[in-house]
Design a protein around this ligand. Structure first.
Ligand SMILES: Cc1cc2nc3c(=O)[nH]c(=O)nc-3n(C[C@H](O)[C@H](O)[C@H](O)COP(=O)(O)O)c2cc1C
Length: 195
């Protein structure tokens, strides 16, 4: 279990992109996956240096079949984090689409019973959101956007978090529980050897 990694997908959202990149800098054993829109938005916001500073390998959405998702079937990942997740990606995931790298990661994580943690941009009917060039804008997510987030909350093995503090603690809880599991497995092996 210890050798497994965390997959972190970023979609084309300016909302909490800066903060997601900051959390990524604090984590180890992570692979980053970018949607096509995320690759553009990161350039638009001037966050390439922050992405590079994470030190993680970055996979881009370049293939029709989302080739890198085969890594879920090789047992490479213990957890998928999607943050920030756009209204677009949330809508597709909530209705079972897997026609892009990030929606495919979510689908294949589900099909291999790997836990997902999702921070959806549309958390409330009214939000303050970061726009390019360091200014804030008001955003009013539509009813359909909020409904899609609620629908995603019903998915198995999926935690939908509302803010960055909850995202950070959900990731930490997951890492601690995996660590405890591997310790427990180690103790069982040791007991078996003693027996
Ligand atoms: C500057 C900029 C900021 C954006 N921020 C958001 C955002 O915060 N939330 C969102 O849902 N979409 C946002 N979008 C729109 C998405 O990038 C767009 O819907 C895209 O198709 C999403 O693709 P993806 O879900 O595959 O990443 C933004 C677009 C631009 C140009």
């Amino acid at each position: 279990m210890c050798a497994q990694r965390l997959a972190w997908a970023i979609t084309g959202s300016g909302h909490y992109l800066r903060e997601s990149l900051a959390i990524l800098q604090t984590l180890q054993d992570v692979d980053i996956y970018l949607s096509r829109a995320a690759a553009e938005i990161i350039r638009q916001y001037g966050f390439q240096a922050q992405l590079d500073a994470t030190g993680h390998k970055v996979y881009q959405d370049k293939t029709a079949s989302s080739v890198p998702v085969e890594r879920f079937y090789e047992g490479v990942y213990h957890t998928l984090v999607i943050s920030p997740a756009t209204s677009n990606t949330i809508a597709k995931m909530a209705y079972g689409f897997s026609d892009s790298l990030v929606t495919n990661l979510f689908a294949q994580a589900g099909k291999t019973r790997v836990d997902s943690i999702v921070f959806a941009c549309d958390t409330a009917p009214e939000l303050e959101s970061e726009a390019p060039r360091d200014h804030m804008v008001k955003v009013f997510p539509r009813q359909i956007d909020l409904e899609n987030v609620s629908r995603l909350k019903l998915f198995a093995d999926t935690a939908v978090v509302e803010n960055m503090t909850d995202l950070q603690s959900a990731i930490m809880q997951r890492l601690v529980s995996l660590h405890d599991l591997s310790l427990h497995a180690g103790v069982q092996v040791t007991n078996h050897l003693i027996d």
